[in-house]
Ligand binder design. Structure first.
Ligand code: ATP
Ligand code: MG
Length: 597
């Protein structure tokens, strides 16, 4: 993890631990280090307001002084100022747009890293609940909405609000009764804009729905094409195809209609308002000599400048609303409680009394309601070999999951080397527990990287040694680049059994005191299985908890635990269990008779 990312992770940790996950809190985190750009944006917004108001005011000066008195005195100055204001406005718009995008993209980067860090800290339970597609869409689409909210939402709305305020201030400074008239027209402008925008939106949404319907219909028909031919139902097919086509046409036409009317209506309202204001102004001019001609000219220009931000805001608020839906999902995601952070310092390899793994009255279930494990008690000494057996669905993998710290028990406690496995830090974890899961996972990377998982602490020497130890030598010889052969999609594919050996090497590379193996020999021929058994037999430095359907094939098992319906139903050495009546003895009997192997 890069330094920047870990800082983000830390700051997120603070947000989360303090339970302050709010939109504002997240925004602050995302905008950290961008104070200068934000200050620049504030300057640009102020500049754009000035540039918006300046031209009409300058024009009124020129009308009242130069044109009225027929002089060119200082005309150069005002003309240059006018041009500068117009040019400056374009420049500011450019700079503001650019800066807004840069700030937004930087914030997005931080936010995505925050989400990725958070994702890595979430408990496995979260992954059980959330479909992969949902997680992906949160980290891609939804987070993009935060950017939209910032650029189109906050910055654009703020700019427009300030522009409206600036123009209104100028208007009231010129003549308050005329300004009041303009203000009175604003609700009409806003309402008309809203009406048309809503119409356009609804029509567009409808046309999208109907395009979707057409696509689905075509796909289904394509698949059922033989059927359509066979039953000669082409006529009916075409008939039904007509309906979505017609609906699509109608909604598209409606959207086009709104789009065509809209600018006309806008201009009409603007013209009417300008007309009324100029009319009233003309009447006032006749009776009240304090109002100047320049003021009226300025006013008619200001009115146009007042309307465009009002119309824009209607659009921006809509975007704002849509973006908020995405942002809500991001906030909800960041509010997901992460797994406990740092554990206490590592304290040797055993707890007092020489136990490396202990379950104490453990009750556990995955979701919220169904309890899977009931009252499990277990203590494993250093170097001890424990086989966990039982019928499918009994809860064997669940025990491994708890020991690995992937889940937490509902009641009771699980400890490895005296500590809660769920609170081990990432760097400690693989030095304490090695896990070979039931479903093997091979990353798209080299064999060596698959073993070390990119952990820089693990040396090449360790990787070579562990490969030899688990019997990967033969496999490596057959690969073109040995340990540096790329595996996975687009690379070399190993067989299931070879993948299991790889996973075993990954689990054993740090020589942890506890090795958890979930059906490590299920895809392996008996010769390789014997090789693995030999490896494990020669690893007396590790305590072994091994889920196996065939524990008899593994030599040197000290104790067998039989799980039935989430309970330990039998426990003892192989000889003890063979003698005692029960599940284990029956299974052995069935095997002996050759019914299963
Ligand atoms: N992620 C999960 N979410 C919800 N329920 C689960 C989950 N994993 C397992 N279960 C349920 O827990 C029970 C025990 O499952 P577990 O995987 O521990 O069985 P097992 O003994 O390992 O079986 P097998 O021999 O088939 O691997 C099953 O009823 C299963 O449906
Ligand atoms: Mg299992």
């Amino acid at each position: 993890m890069s330094g920047d990312q870990s800082r983000i992770g830390d700051s997120l940790g603070r947000v989360n631990n303090g339970r302050r996950v709010t939109l504002l809190g997240i925004a602050k985190q995302a905008l950290v280090g961008q104070q200068f750009r934000l200050a620049l944006l504030a300057v640009f917004i102020a500049g754009s307001v000035v540039a918006e108001v300046a031209p009409p005011v300058i024009l009124s000066r020129v009308v009242d002084y130069n044109i009225k008195n027929g002089t060119v005195d200082r005309l150069w100055f005002w003309a240059t100022a006018y041009l500068l204001a117009i040019f400056g406005q374009r420049l500011i718009t450019f700079a503001q747009t650019y800066t807004t995008v840069v700030v937004g993209q930087h914030a997005l980067l931080r936010l995505r890293s925050m989400m990725a860090t958070h994702l890595a800290r979430l408990p496995v339970l979260f992954y059980d609940r959330a479909p992969v597609g949902d997680i992906v869409s949160r980290v891609t689409n939804d987070v993009e909405q935060v950017n939209v909210l910032f650029t189109t939402g906050v910055i654009a709305v703020l700019t427009d609000l300030f522009k409206i305020t600036g123009v209104l201030v100028a208007m009231f400074a010129i003549d308050s009764s005329l300004a009041l008239l303009a203000v009175l027209s604003l609700p009409f402008v806003y309402a008309a804009t809203e009406y048309f925008r809503r119409g356009i939106r609804q029509a567009q949404r409808a046309s999208r729905v109907w395009v979707g319907a057409i696509n689905t219909y075509l796909q289904e028909s394509w698949r059922g094409f033989r059927l359509i031919k066979q039953y000669d139902s082409a006529a009916r097919f075409l008939e039904r195809f007509e309906v979505p086509q017609q609906k699509y046409l109608d909604s598209s036409n409606r959207a086009a209609g709104f789009n065509a009317y809209f600018p006309g209506v806008q201009k009409t309202i603007e013209a009417i308002t300008t007309g009324v204001v100029v009319w009233v102004a003309a009447v006032k001019l006749a009776t009240n000599p304090t109002l100047s001609l320049g003021a009226i000219v300025a006013f008619s220009q200001l009115i146009t400048r007042l309307f465009s931000p009002v119309q824009e805001i209607s659009n921006e608020l809509q975007t704002f609303q849509q973006a908020m839906a995405g942002v809500d999902r991001v906030v909800a995601f960041l509010k997901e409680e992460p797994d406990a952070g740092q554990g206490d310092a590592a304290s040797g390899v055993t707890e007092a009394g020489g136990v490396v793994l202990r379950f104490e009255a453990v009750n556990f279930g995955y979701g919220s309601d169904v309890e899977i494990l009931h009252g499990i008690n277990l203590a494993v000494s250093p170097g001890e070999r424990v086989a966990v057996v039982g019928r499918t669905g009994a809860g064997k993998t669940s025990i491994i999951n708890l020991a690995a710290g992937l889940y937490r028990p509902w009641q009771g406690s699980v400890t490895v080397v005296g500590r809660n496995p769920a609170t081990l830090t990432a760097s400690e974890r693989r030095h304490v527990i090695g896990v070979v899961p039931q479903t093997v996972y091979v990353a798209q990377a080299t064999v060596a990287e698959n073993i070390s998982l990119g952990d820089p602490i693990i040396t090449r020497e360790q990787i070579v040694q562990v490969s030899h130890r688990v019997g990967l030598d033969q496999v490596l010889e057959a690969l073109p680049d040995g340990l540096d052969t790329v595996l996975g999609r687009g690379g070399h594919q190993l067989s299931h059994g070879q993948n299991q050996l790889l996973c075993l090497a990954r689990a054993m590379v740090c020589a942890p005191p506890i090795l958890l193996l979930d059906e490590p020999t299920s895809g392996i021929d008996s010769e390789t299985e014997r090789a693995i058994a030999k490896t494990l037999a020669g690893s007396r430095d590790m305590a072994l908890i091994i889920v196996s359907h065939r524990p008899t094939n593994l030599s040197g098992i000290d104790r067998i635990i039989v799980i039935g319906d989430g309970r330990i139903i039998q426990e003892g050495t192989q000889e003890e269990l063979e003698k005692a009546p029960g599940w284990y003895a029956s299974m052995q009997e069935i095997r002996r008779l050759g019914w299963i192997v």
